[in-house]
Design a binder for this molecule. Structure first.
Ligand SMILES: Nc1ncnc2c1ncn2[C@@H]1O[C@H](COP(=O)(O)OP(=O)(O)OP(=O)(O)O)[C@@H](O)[C@H]1O
Length: 736
């Protein structure tokens, strides 16, 4: 204990030192030192290098070092959340990053396959004080004992699983299990599907995989950013602290509703409308609807455009030919429009030329090429001509177009159109609208040539600037605080000014994650999708467009799919994008739900699917779940059960159908129906959909007869300790 305490003191002393130096550097660099180029360059190099380091050092303070491995050859390594090096000339590693290959035996070694280890030690700290050690002897011939042996090797895991919940997910870096470690570090670069029942650690594994990938491919991912997609805002808040605690901040967390920049999709759809909007055929329906916005005057009823020399006649033939030519470019609607306009202007100019310059005696036209060009210019500038073109082929934003489409839905069966119909301007955008807006944006195209030209000019300037920066930074020293394989990016690591310029753009303005959030066409370095079974085909389309390299980790459990959502099999989801080129792995141990509760929950699914096998629980608590009939007063019975179940420490969830929330919340102190759930409160009221992905010490399920099978399965598997059920109405037969 004393030795470990001394070590921890050393690590923290070193961290404090690094933090002090780093903070001072940043502070100094940020104080104005004149406006010369030299000063500006120095400042930028320093701030960039040191700010990232400082953020990591500040974030990982709690439980910085949690393990130690002793190798048979006498060498020992301490394992921590980030790597720290000594301040000597060799930069000797002091603490090894958990993601480094050297640390891997900490997670994988067993008595059978000791991977060169003699002993594995878990170090528990409170603040900076060592409070517990747990040792596992992996070399069975080793007679040495420390007095801290943990015979089953699971004391630290069980303590973590039994600890009171806080309403925020914690990292599992101390106790990653072997099957989880293999997924977290999977070398596969394409699509990786991680499937597993409730509580098998899918979410935890996905987040740790993000941290691992950021470590392993920092160069690319720092620039392209990682996107994590979750089912709802409460879930994203629940998981938001995991990556920062691992020293990683460059990740964008978003729900489907947030993936169209500039749109805040807070509305809700009926289940029917959501299902129609999510269907794959919507892409085609919208494509056809866009074509419908490219119109022609009726044959025999041409548009008469007022002009000083008499009306210009825009008839069906002219418009038809112009439209054909524009469509032949295969450009999106807004980008093809100039081609349409050009043809129209051309035809109208010809009309005018004929009229003004025609020789009444049949000779050649009086007008020369210059006159005709002049006329053409005047036609092109005419507001009336513009208006006519706009009426036939309007410039459309995705929002205008989709609002118009939803007001009069076409190319879907009438019953579906009825479900979609929405008066223009009525209601908010919904999450299911977001993939449609994305398709619309793609179909319409966006003319950004001016912005692009400006950006290129600015880039050239930055390249020149970076050239100077490179010269300057080549001599500058950098901190290496991780294992040899990884690096803290320093200016002189970057080989050419061009790339330096790109990076500098990030340094100057926003992080890659921030820029990605504002850019609909951003190509992410990696995308992680949690509760992936819920996404519609249209949502998949959107995500795949954000991942041109098809580098994705998909996490889900088909048994927890909401009734009207989802696509069915992974094969069906992925086939259009990667064929069968995806890796499929499963997790089979439930770390959350005790065996007693899991047995009851599994019965619910087995009723529908007799061959269903639930994941085995890693522990049992001896606490049987209970079912109680409420009598006349449901709210009273719930309040009584809540009083019994509310933990001293930890969290209780009351899961009830939405329509009962008012009634149930009434007698409960501090619980408000309809509010965005605050998961850090000791009692939280949720409907089964909101409970997805979350967990609590205790759970009270109200009126389970009203849920569909998978919603009920989700609700029943949220507790780490105790489960109660209160009902007035008939119970589902599996719970009787
Ligand atoms: N190796 C581990 N060490 C400690 N805790 C773990 C470990 N693996 C999983 N857990 C814990 O088990 C719980 C369930 O994990 P997680 O939420 O990732 O499961 P899930 O598979 O996403 O579940 P669901 O499908 O029900 O949402 C979490 O509290 C998580 O911290």
């Amino acid at each position: 204990m004393r030795e470990e305490q001394e070590f921890i003191d050393r690590v923290h002393a070193r961290v404090d030192e690094l933090r002090g130096v780093t903070a001072r550097d940043v502070e100094q660099a940020l104080t104005p030192v004149g406006t010369g180029l030299q000063a500006r360059l120095e400042r930028d190099v320093l701030v960039a290098e040191r700010s990232g380091l400082l953020a990591a050092l500040n974030a990982v303070d709690g439980s910085l070092c949690f393990g130690r491995i002793d190798l048979s050859d006498g060498v020992a390594h301490h394992i921590g959340r980030i790597g720290i090096r000594e301040d000597d000339t060799e930069h000797t590693p002091l603490l090894i990053d958990w993601r480094a290959p050297v640390a891997r035996p900490f997670y994988l070694a067993t008595g059978h396959v000791p991977m060169g280890l003699r002993r594995r030690r878990h170090i528990t700290t409170e603040g900076r004080t060592v409070t517990e050690l747990h040792d596992e002897i992996l070399d069975l011939g080793d007679e040495d004992r420390t007095g801290f042996e943990d015979p089953n090797g699971d004391a630290v895991l069980l303590a973590a699983l039994n600890s009171a919940r806080t309403g925020r997910m914690g990292d599992i870096v101390r106790t990653i299990q072997a099957e989880q470690d293999r997924i977290i570090r999977a070398p596969h670069r394409g699509v990786l599907v991680v499937e597993g029942g409730p509580g098998t650690g899918k979410t935890a594994v996905a987040l740790h995989r993000a941290a691992f990938l950021l470590y392993e491919h920092r160069e690319v991912l720092a620039k392209r950013a990682v996107l994590i997609v979750g089912p709802n805002p409460a879930f994203l808040r629940y998981i938001a602290e995991v990556l920062p605690a691992l020293g990683e901040t460059g990740v964008l967390l978003a729900t489907q509703a947030e993936l169209f920049p500039g749109v805040h999709a807070t509305g809700t759809d009926t289940p029917h409308a959501a299902a129609v909007k999510g269907g794959a055929h919507m892409a085609e329906a919208l494509a056809l609807a866009v074509r419908d916005r490219q119109q022609l005057p009726e044959p025999g009823a041409p548009l008469a455009i007022p002009h000083d020399d008499g009306d210009l006649i825009l008839d069906w033939e002219i418009a038809y030919e112009a439209r054909q030519a524009a469509r032949d470019t295969l450009l999106p609607h807004n980008l093809a429009r100039p081609h349409f306009a050009f043809r129209i202007v051309d035809a109208l100019t010809e009309q005018l030329t004929e009229r003004i310059g025609a020789d009444p005696y049949g000779g050649p036209n009086f007008l020369g090429p210059d006159d005709i060009a002049q006329l053409g210019k005047a036609v092109a500038m005419s507001p009336e001509v513009h208006e006519a073109i706009e009426s036939l082929w309007p410039v459309l934003t995705p929002q205008e177009f989709l609002a118009g489409y939803l007001a009069e839905p076409v190319y879907v069966p009438e019953a579906d159109a009825e479900a979609l119909r929405r008066a223009p301007g009525a209601g908010e955008w919904t999450p299911a609208d977001v993939p449609l807006l994305d398709v619309a944006a793609e179909l319409l195209g966006f003319d950004d040539s001016a912005e692009r030209a400006a950006a290129e000019a600015e880039r050239q300037e930055r390249v020149a600037y970076a050239q100077g920066l490179l010269e300057l930074s080549r001599g500058s020293e950098t901190y290496e605080f991780e294992d040899e394989e990884s690096e803290v990016l320093a200016a002189h690591d970057i080989i050419d000014a061009e790339r330096m310029a790109e990076r500098h753009e990030e340094i100057d303005h926003r992080s890659a994650a921030e820029r990605a959030a504002a850019d609909r066409t951003w190509a992410f370095g990696h995308i992680i999708v949690d509760e992936a079974q819920e996404l519609s085909p249209m949502a998949w389309r959107l995500l795949m467009r954000r991942s041109p390299t098809r580098s994705l980790t998909l996490v889900g459990d088909p048994a927890q799919t909401s009734e009207e959502a989802g696509v069915g099999s992974w094969e069906k989801i992925l086939d259009p994008y990667v064929g069968d080129r995806f890796e499929h792995v499963t997790l089979g141990v439930n770390y959350r739900t005790p065996a007693e509760i899991m047995e009851l929950a599994a019965r619910v699914v087995r009723e529908r699917n007799p061959s269903f096998v639930a994941p085995g629980s890693v522990r049992s608590t001896g606490e049987e779940p209970w079912v109680r009939e409420a009598g006349e007063d449901l709210a009273g019975a719930v309040a009584k059960a809540v009083a019994e179940l509310t933990p001293g420490e930890g969290r209780l969830a009351v899961i009830a159908p939405r329509e009962l929330h008012e009634q149930v919340a009434g007698p409960l102190e501090g619980v408000v129906a309809g509010a965005e759930p605050d998961l850090t409160r000791s009692v939280v009221l949720l409907d089964p959909r909101q409970a997805k992905g979350l967990e609590f010490d205790h759970v009270l399920v109200v009126e389970p007869g009203r849920y569909g099978t998978s919603d009920l399965y989700v609700a029943l598997t949220r507790a780490t300790q105790r489960l109660g059920i209160v009902h007035r109405e008939e119970l589902p037969s599996a719970l009787r």
